[in-house]
Design a protein around this ligand. Sequence first.
Ligand code: ACO
Length: 311
Amino acid sequence: ADLAGQAAFDRVIAADSRIEPRDWMPEAYRKTLVRQISQHAHSEIIGMQPEANWISRAPSLKRKAILMAKVQDEAGHGLYLYSAAETLGTPRQKMTEDLIAGKARYSSIFNYPTLSWADVGAIGWLVDGAAICNQVPLCRASYGPYGRAMVRVCKEESFHQRQGFEILLELANGTPAQKQMAQHAVNRWYAPSLMMFGPPDDDSPNSIQSMAWNIKRFSNDELRQRFVGMMVEQVEVLGLTLPDDQIRFNDETNKWEHGPLDWDEFKEVLAGRGPCNSQRLERRREAHEDGAWVREAAAAYAARKHAEQEG
Ligand code: ACO
């Protein structure tokens, strides 16, 4: 063990300061960051699929342009995050291979189908809302490249959430059928978006260590409760309801409470048996294979530029 390295690392963490790529760090810290950052990157990339499903059917040119920009933002987030993970020594190619081989995790939420246009609104409002709630504290993560990447990601996510809210607001003030479509979408996305925050604290094996290392700043349940409190106010502005009659603010604990979640369903989705898991991976594999010529061309171009410089 590198005692001086460990002591320096401990001092940085105790001072709530930042670890940078060339600093000494414990192997377990490196490993947990690669795990979380690569999962996060994969989520952004797989998350493009459910929404891209509606690009060709967006109800107007304006909606189509906004949705395309949003899906492109997600690609950008994936790329920053792969780059952040690469600073820890794991090549992007390895992370991608693990994803398409079905060996890597990505967020459970993206294994649910987008059945109507209102789902695009519900994803923006609930899913991106949950993402912001989870990711704003990650801007202060102790690993520099991750925290810095989160700043821009969160700004773009805020725009995504506003566009989702606005889609739902317009539908909720539209015809009765449109309002019903919006309500059905909220009904379907509510519980899965709460499960995005991860298992309950007493079933979250990584939380304690990640919080001690200042990677996570709040526990899964703390963030989930905070999110419910935000949504319960916003849903009133929409004129819709959340499919949970047990939401309440507990004055004694000073926390929001919500109804029980189906953690068996969550485990099934994590085990690869959610509604869309196999489709998502199949599409990702196809896209990777279809893109082989781009990677080959880029590599050949880089090699030629390099040879020209040498020559
Ligand atoms: N979907 C899939 N897997 C999950 C989820 C989820 N919603 N929540 C937890 N898990 C996995 C964890 O990855 C972990 O598995 P692993 O040990 O094989 O890696 C296991 O369940 C146990 O969970 P925790 O011990 O609570 O794991 P962790 O401390 O990493 O907390 C969390 C999970 C909160 C998701 C954390 O990793 C995190 O904040 N990640 C960054 C945010 C992120 O990835 N967001 C992606 C979706 S948002 C978006 O892309 C728009």
